[in-house]
Design a protein around this ligand. Structure first.
Ligand code: ZN
Ligand code: ZN
Length: 495
């Protein structure tokens, strides 16, 4: 039976998850957010017969790679080599199975593709070249933007780095930060002017207003997009005088801002995977879904769609966002720089991927911040998954069958209903891994109660096998290893 869903209108899905910055390995905060969500989403839609391209890449040219290198006494290239290698391994250990992982620094044809995109924007007048102010640190001999500078957010006044505020999701142009400081030497920077390219984003506010009304996104993003339209967008620097990034053609010392690069990156990914980005992005049967954390909401909701529209108005922007809030560790923000983190590779060396996926789904920060606590992880996994799920499976009867037929039918209908409800949690418009895991817990609970009821009369094997089959199907995108084992057993039991 096919269900009429938002996704039914499309044949091909590009599911792109925010490219991890190779300035550290992935911690549970990263994994709990967009990576697990888009993996589950992709697995589900592949199982429904859609052509799905699940992609990401390493965000090699980020200013955060440069600043990490300065801290480690290494070049940005060396930093990319270290973490650009470990990140895909961690994703793989978490059973997050991408179809393609782009390595920008190691892909020269990607870099020329980005430069061509940039030149296209200049040629069609989307970017304006003019003199503008920028912070300059005399002590470090460095122009400061994004990772290099911090100060008070012009929107919410909380301390933030340049360009995007983690707290309120708003953009800043660095130069508007209150009480700015160089992130390397903590001195107050000077202001200097130089000529560069700007993207006048506010010109696209009518386009964005119309666009937002058509996108599947949660309430927090809706509120932010409304606020941004109401308050107006600033002009955003599209190039910087910096030592790390893809060079601006014919402008020595200048690099393309990595969020401009990223917009081009989606076209490159579609070109590489499908043969033609135009055919993919201009086809009404193609769906582009983006997964990311709220702290980058400005770039994904506004900057990238507007930039692509400015490049070619026929490009169809993402139609669904799978977003998340911050995941906390013992009540505090995960932090790579303060090493307040549980690292994915270390955690997965001790814990099976399914158990991690179970708990990250159970506590996923979908609409509010949630918390990872190691002792709560132990308790929940022990009680719900090891005793609950695996305990039920281990004790399933292998023979005998004497439950009354009408009662079994009612039970089987209920199991099917719980499976269908769980699967609805894997669709963009009602996406919730927290709900999915709770519905699956309910399925296991009701199935085990039913089993106990008929335990003394021979076991209700057929009904239990049916329940196990439903659990295997409904848990497949979430807990792929468990699902495979459960599917095999259900078959052995005759389901
Ligand atoms: Zn702010
Ligand atoms: Zn400095």
């Amino acid at each position: 039976m096919s269900v009429d869903t938002f996704e039914s209108q499309f044949d091909r899905l590009l599911v792109a998850v925010a490219p991890p910055t190779p300035n550290g390995d992935l911690h549970l905060g990263h994994l709990s957010g967009p990576y697990l969500a888009t993996d589950v989403y992709s697995r589900y839609w592949k199982s429904q017969g859609k052509q799905v391209y699940f992609v990401t890449g390493s965000d090699d040219h980020q200013s955060y790679v440069h600043t990490k290198g300065m801290k480690m006494g290494k070049s940005p290239k060396e930093v990319v080599e270290i973490f650009g290698t470990s990140i895909p391994k961690t994703l793989d250990s978490a059973n997050i199975k991408l179809d393609f992982f782009l390595k920008p620094y190691h892909t020269p044809e990607y870099q020329s593709f980005v430069q061509k995109f940039f030149t296209g924007l200049v040629e069609n007048g989307a970017l304006e070249k003019r003199k503008g102010p920028a912070f300059f640190c005399e002590a470090c001999n460095l122009y400061l933007y994004e990772a290099h500078v911090s100060g008070g957010c012009p929107g919410c006044h909380e301390k933030t780095n340049g360009n995007g505020c983690e707290k309120c999701g708003f953009v800043n142009d660095c130069i508007d930060l209150q009480d700015p400081k160089c992130n390397h030497c903590h001195s107050t920077p000077a202001t200097r002017e130089y000529e560069r390219f700007y993207f006048p984003l506010n010109k696209y506010s009518d386009y964005l207003r119309g666009y937002f009304s058509k996108v599947s996104m949660n309430g927090h993003l809706h509120a932010l997009t409304k606020k941004m339209i109401r308050e107006g967008y600033p002009d955003v620097s599209a190039t910087h005088l910096a030592g790390w990034g893809i060079p601006v053609p014919d402008q020595s010392g200048h690099v393309i801002y990595e969020w401009v690069e990223m917009a081009a990156g989606y076209l490159y990914l579609a070109e590489t995977l499908t043969g033609s980005w135009e055919k993919f992005f201009k086809d009404p049967r193609s769906l582009w879904v983006l997964g990311y954390g709220f702290d980058n909401a400005f770039f994904y909701t506004s900057f990238i769609p507007a930039l692509l529209h400015a490049y070619d108005a026929e490009i169809q922007p993402p139609r669904a966002f799978l977003s998340n809030e911050f995941y906390l560790l013992k009540g505090l923000k995960f932090s790579t720089s303060r090493n307040h983190a549980v690292w994915g590779d270390e955690f997965l060396a001790k814990i099976p991927a399914d158990q991690m996926r179970y708990y990250l789904s159970y506590t996923r920060p979908e609409i509010e911040q949630t918390n990872f606590d190691p002792s709560e992880f132990e308790t929940t996994i022990q009680k719900e998954f090891i005793l609950g799920w695996e305990g039920w499976v281990r004790d399933l009867p292998k023979k005998g069958n004497s439950d009354p037929l009408d009662e079994r039918r009612r039970f089987e209908q209920r199991m099917e209903e719980l499976r269908v409800l769980t699967e609805a949690c894997y669709r963009a418009e009602s996406f919730s891994l927290r709900s999915a895991v709770r519905l699956l817990n309910q399925l296991v609970f009701e199935a085990s109660q039913y089993g106990k009821k008929w335990e003394f009369t021979g076991g209700a094997v057929a009904a239990q096998a049916f329940a196990l089959r439903q659990l295997a199907r409904a848990s497949a995108p979430l807990l792929p290893d468990f699902s495979t084992r459960a599917g095999v057993l259900a078959k052995e039991m005759g389901a």
